[in-house]
Design a protein around this ligand. Sequence first.
Ligand code: CU
Ligand code: ZN
Length: 201
Amino acid sequence: MEYFMERRIYMRVLIGFLIAFVFILAGCSGEERSPLKTSIYNPDNDKIGTATLTEQPEGVEVQLKVEGLEPGMHAVHIHEFPKCEAPDFKSAGNHFNPLSKDHGLMNPKGAHVGDMPNVEADQSGMVDTKLMLPEAKLKEGQKSLLRDEGTSIVLHSGQDDGMTQPAGDSGDRIACGRITLKADEDETSDPTEPDKKQESN
Ligand SMILES: [Cu+2]
Ligand SMILES: [Zn+2]
């Protein structure tokens, strides 16, 4: 009798561990969304860089590496649709704005979740920098960059003044990258990095 009691307790503990293990596995598969690497294209549909998005406690970190830009300041935002149709990238829609705020990091009624500080391209036209989206997430939820089909990252010809509606008077859209789990799959079958080095030689 006592033996069976012990056995039942043992089985319960074992089942408890198994359930915990399944939850840990489920958590790990969620982690696959982060980091998420996306390719960035110019209006000629040439790949000119990447953005690597990583979910962190303080928001989503955006590691941005782009070349072939005009030297100087450029606006960069997350836009609402994962569509980068060259040459004008209008398909990306407006700024990602799940909290229905006004545009602009300097705006008291702002900002969009997708608003970021301007980036500076050096004399050779390169940007290599880290940005932060303090309110965004990569996992499920209203503020997830991957909600619905996803979003996009867009660079502009000019800089964002941080105030003007609806997009900071940033000029034309000059580069676009899709932020979606589908783009992530494309990435693995598209080793563009070596190609780019050949082209520049
Ligand atoms: Cu934009
Ligand atoms: Zn905005």
